[in-house]
Design a protein around this ligand. Sequence first.
Ligand code: C2E
Ligand code: MG
Ligand code: MG
Ligand code: MG
Length: 290
Amino acid sequence: PLMSAGIFLSASIGVAAYHLGRRREPMATELLRAINTPAVSLYYQPIVDLNSGARVGAEALIRWEREGKFESPERFILAAETAGVVTRVTQRVLQMAADDAAFVTHCDHGARPQHLSINISVQDLQSTEIISELRKLMVKTNLPASCFWIEITERALLEGATTSEVLAAIRALGMKVALDDFGTGYSCLSVLTEFKFDILKIDRVFVSQIETGSTLMIEHIIKLGQSLGLEFVAEGVETTAQRDFLRDMGVRYAQGWLYSRPLPVMSYISERGKYYAPAVNCTQYQAGRL
Ligand code: C2E
Ligand code: MG
Ligand code: MG
Ligand code: MG
């Protein structure tokens, strides 16, 4: 019995060490190993027109299923950026987006294809490589460039010649450039004059403040953007009060749980969420009940 206890003990230690070893592997390394497997995928969240309630596009959001649950994209994208490998993640994101784009942009049977928003990292703007990647996306999907909205987070935007040249090149392709998480960065105002954007995405921090009546910030953000002739997408719209406020302020587009959670592509297309039930379903859209 002593010996079997010994075997059991060393086996347990072995298993524990194995798990510890796995845990100690850098997150970015593990992500890259999973990047071409089904563990990494894109989910799609509808973007709606606040006036009609109709779906006009979608944002692609990366998902990584790791040890039985979804890892936070904020965490692993940051890890990939820190390790300097995020461009490889972006490459895979663009590949998956290209595979899904035809379905996602045509799934409401409208006359025109809908738009697809894709998040890229500020590190992607350090080289012109991204331009050929985006050109490939256009060729593969055969969609008009204006269908692609490229989102860049304000927090990470650094002033620099390459950054603004690459941003200008993306716009020269005919794609739209959106400033993500607007208002949460440090450079809020200077960034708007330094770089040229088509769309501002109002961060959900400001949208959530509508509920408590603290609308001063969001009102100023909207007025500022409007004076620059920019289009808005409000993020994180969860209540009808938020929706109504934003619509009355002249914000055109919104996304949030009020309308739908991000969905796997098949659920997005069929509007029948398997993992997340969308707040608004396809029949409601079609019946014009929104
Ligand atoms: P983001 O681009 O600002 O995306 C919006 C985030 O808000 C998403 O989080 C989305 O799931 C969440 N969200 C949407 N509606 C609601 C709502 O009504 N309530 C609440 N509480 N949350 C809502 P997610 O998917 O966890 O992504 C987090 C961030 O990770 C994204 O923020 C983006 O910065 C980054 N990210 C996601 N996918 C990619 C990608 O493919 N590439 C890169 N570079 N970054 C990505
Ligand atoms: Mg985004
Ligand atoms: Mg955002
Ligand atoms: Mg955000």
